[in-house]
Design a protein around this ligand. Sequence first.
Ligand code: C2E
Ligand code: SIN
Ligand code: FE
Length: 376
Amino acid sequence: MPQAFREEKKPKKILVVDDQKIVRHFMTTVLERHGYQFQTADNGIEGIARAKELKPDLIYLDLMMPLMDGFETCRTLKKDPLMWHIPIIMITASSDRDSRLKALDCGVNDFLNKPVDPVELMLRTKNLLRVKEFDDFLREYTVVLDAEVRKRTESLNSTNAALSDSRRELKQGYIDTVHKLTMIAEHKDVDTAAHIKRVGYLSAFLAGVIGWDQDGVETIFYASPMHDIGKVAIPADILLKPGKLTREEFVLMKTHASVGASILKGSQSSILRMAERIAFTHHERWDGGGYPSGVKAAEIPVEGSIMNIVDQYDALRSHRPYKPPFSHAKAVEIITQGNGRTEPAHFNPVIMAAFKDNHKEFARIYDEHSAGERTA
Ligand code: C2E
Ligand code: SIN
Ligand code: FE
């Protein structure tokens, strides 16, 4: 198993780059109290050198520094193939939109406001370390798989049949693993495979109805269950909150779409590439009122629109910490007639029509794959 997911956990290493001694001291005191290892640097050039030798899991980077400012430091780190994957949190006193946009453009992953609040510091630290752990896992797993495929290709170049069998086996193992990670991300029992399968079957069914070929149908079957993998970055007390989310909690919750896409990006696999698009766009709405981008109509990839309706049907039918399960009739009514929160104008009309014409099959698939769950 790749390094990142072995049982014994190595202490996480954090690098704090800030020219103000008092900030460095305050942050390292808090981090040390929580058991993190750390190093510090007081300017960008030293920061880059430290990052090279330490290989930290996370970098806190000040914006205004002598010699090399935070923008330039970040850009340099993100260009280095050995360091571009290390998350960077920019420490900044400025809430000024332009400098934040510029920082994001340099590849900054998150912000921490000055004066530093210890609770916020720990929240951001934990979240980004968790995302990095997933990232490392997927990256290492892909490397292992590629090597394995090459090895088997060499030893099996005799028979094509055996080769395609072993590829299929590898692919299945890969997909199983990613699905297990999805379960962990959503704080679901790792054994409730029903939820994963259901989302896959419902998406594949709709894709087939609107005329996708068998290849596409198979790809969305495997890709769709990963749509919420970005929830790994959402604190469990928000994810499992029994009541309505506050405005701030929902702002954080909405980041699961782009976080998921960034976890899944960069793969050769057509499944993971579709999964990335689905993660990124499954909460967009046809009328442009969705998130994270607010794109509308045909700007939304069809697989994102398929996932959007499947996700809502599945959420409406299922028990959630914040809602009871609804009946099939009630779920269909909410989607096709609206209820204030959900409106028909949110959905791709072609997919909505396919859903309306085939809603009975939705109920059948849902019921077939909901063994052991609380349903209405
Ligand atoms: P989820 O629970 O998987 O729900 C996915 C989507 O299904 C929601 O996206 C929403 O479009 C739809 N949906 C779920 N429940 C209902 C409902 O009771 N009525 C209607 N009309 N639609 C519903 P949305 O709103 O963007 O939420 C994304 C995620 O944020 C949810 O995923 C869930 O994890 C979380 N969330 C949303 N609202 C709450 C809440 O009030 N409390 C808690 N604890 N989490 C919430
Ligand atoms: C995989 O390696 O997961 C499948 C490859 C593909 O999507 O074509
Ligand atoms: Fe989602």
